[in-house]
Design a protein around this ligand. Structure first.
Ligand code: PFF
Length: 461
């Protein structure tokens, strides 16, 4: 077993915030959020999502960070350290399993971002002059299984290279370089997009709720999106919290990460929706939105070539800092609990994830025509399935159990103590009281109600 003192640490609060924001900000913000919002009626989805971030996301984020820093362990070891000889470590086990499940499909889509970056740079994407042309570029691209496998493999290789470098020397170092680049790219692209003709219509679509669209699947989608986007419910923040120095303030750090993630999701919306309205494209066109719809729009824009390259670079960077955190959860488990070296765990688990990613890559490749047409549904269904099982349900169940654990088993006083460990500052009573009510009652109840409704109404997927 690794000794907590030689597991590595963030250099300080800034390093942690950049790395954790890197985990949170990913394909979830730039690929998943816009298409989910587009399918969920725009403003309505956004409002429910923002509500979940505030009421469930922030408290669960703080609880995960507190559990991690207190125990200095991976998700399984953390529960073991707090309640030995109980079934609670299984909650961490579910998190590790979910990490494998998410990484297996996430790395395939992350691989696509590399492919699209290549196609944008070489000028090939300029052939995506309309929806049909863009659709056929996309379907030809993903229908090439060897290509999809190789790109997912290349992406995992990049991920392994960073994770094997350790906490401050690998993960933090890359986050400190990539996160500012990401932020600048986002701002430039948002300004470009909003200033397009009809750009403001996209903004009003994003912020005006149409309550007639309200449905259970919109609510579940928004809950899953809030958790997925903040990297919550599977112990990623337990893991990242476990590398946080004792003297750092967790309240502030956790809140900044949630704020950064939410701001970037909204910024991504401000890039994508104005562009859609500029081109008169359909916001509800599903997971193909950024890969099929955006290239056609880039081709209609002044400076479209540069915008396309910048956008897919942005997507790849965002995906990388997230795959790093997914792999880190798995690596920390094998290092802490199985006594593997970081080097060995990174290579072996990374390779395992690659093997798990192959079926996802093949599932897309096995379907010849993805852009519309009858044959397209199998592949998207596979994606929807993985997305739903791991990215919605598993994370929701995990978040529910983490709230019950933190609020009832571990208890609010210890949780507050662990949060305040660092600077010894005592937070004002109302804030402490509100946090207690949220983590004990509001969060678990809200997640449970959504899950029960899903089961009772049979609307699983
Ligand atoms: N938060 C990441 C995103 O928005 O793309 C995805 C993710 C990373 C989910 C790490 C869960 C996780 F543990």
């Amino acid at each position: 077993m690794a000794n907590p003192s030689n597991r590595g640490q963030w250099s300080g609060r800034v390093g942690f915030i950049l790395a954790a924001a890197g985990s949170a900000i990913g394909l979830g913000n730039i690929w998943r959020f816009p298409y989910s919002a587009g399918e969920g009626g725009g403003g309505l989805f956004v409002i429910i999502y923002l509500g979940f971030v505030l009421v469930i996301g922030v408290p669960v984020m703080l609880a995960e960070l507190a559990i991690g820093r207190k125990t200095e362990r991976n998700p399984v070891g953390a529960f073991k350290a707090l309640v030995p000889s109980s079934w609670w470590p299984a909650v961490g086990g579910l998190g590790v399993l979910t990490g494998f499940g998410i990484l297996a499909f996430y790395s395939v889509i992350a691989g696509w971002t590399l492919g699209y970056l290549g196609m944008a740079t070489s000028g090939y994407l300029s052939q995506a002059v309309d929806a049909d042309a863009s659709g056929s570029i996309f379907s030809t691209f993903v229908a090439n299984p060897m290509f999809a496998i190789a790109l997912a493999g290349a992406f995992l290789l990049l991920t392994i290279t960073v994770v094997r470098g350790g906490i401050s020397g690998g993960i933090e170092r890359i986050a400190k370089i990539l996160m500012p680049v990401l932020f600048v790219l986002l701002i430039v692209l948002a300004v470009r997009s909003i200033s397009l003709p009809n750009g403001l219509d996209g903004i009003s679509y994003l912020f005006t709720p149409d309550w007639s669209e309200l449905s259970l699947s919109v609510v579940m989608g928004a809950l899953g999106q809030a958790l997925f986007s903040l990297s919550l419910g599977m112990g990623a923040m337990i893991t990242y919290g476990s590398y946080m120095p004792k003297h750092e303030n967790l309240w502030k750090a956790g809140t900044y990460v949630a704020l950064a993630d939410t701001t970037i999701a909204i910024l991504a919306g401000l890039i994508i929706f104005p562009a859609l309205f500029f081109a008169g494209a359909e916001p509800g066109s599903g997971p193909g939105l950024v890969f099929v719809v955006l290239p056609t729009i880039f081709n209609q824009m002044p400076f479209g070539y540069i915008v396309a390259v910048a956008f897919f670079a942005l997507l790849a960077i965002a995906a990388l800092t997230s795959t790093i955190s997914l792999l880190e959860v798995l690596v920390s488990y094998f290092v802490d609990e199985r006594g593997w070296t970081r080097e060995r765990a990174s290579w072996l688990i990374g390779t395992g994830c690659f093997l798990l990613a192959v079926p996802s890559a093949l599932a897309f490749g096995a379907v010849p025509a993805l852009s519309g047409g009858e044959d397209g549904w199998i592949a998207w269904d596979f994606l929807t399935l993985n997305n739903n099982i791991w990215g919605n349900y598993s994370l929701s169940i995990g978040a529910f159990l983490i709230c019950v654990f933190a609020g009832w088993k571990w208890g609010v006083p210890k949780l507050l103590d662990a949060l305040e460990d660092g600077d010894g500052r005592i937070y004002p009573l109302p804030a402490r009281g509100m946090f207690g009510v949220l983590i004990k009652v509001v969060c678990p109840l809200a997640v449970l109600i959504v899950l029960i409704f899903i089961v009772v109404t049979g609307s699983y997927f």
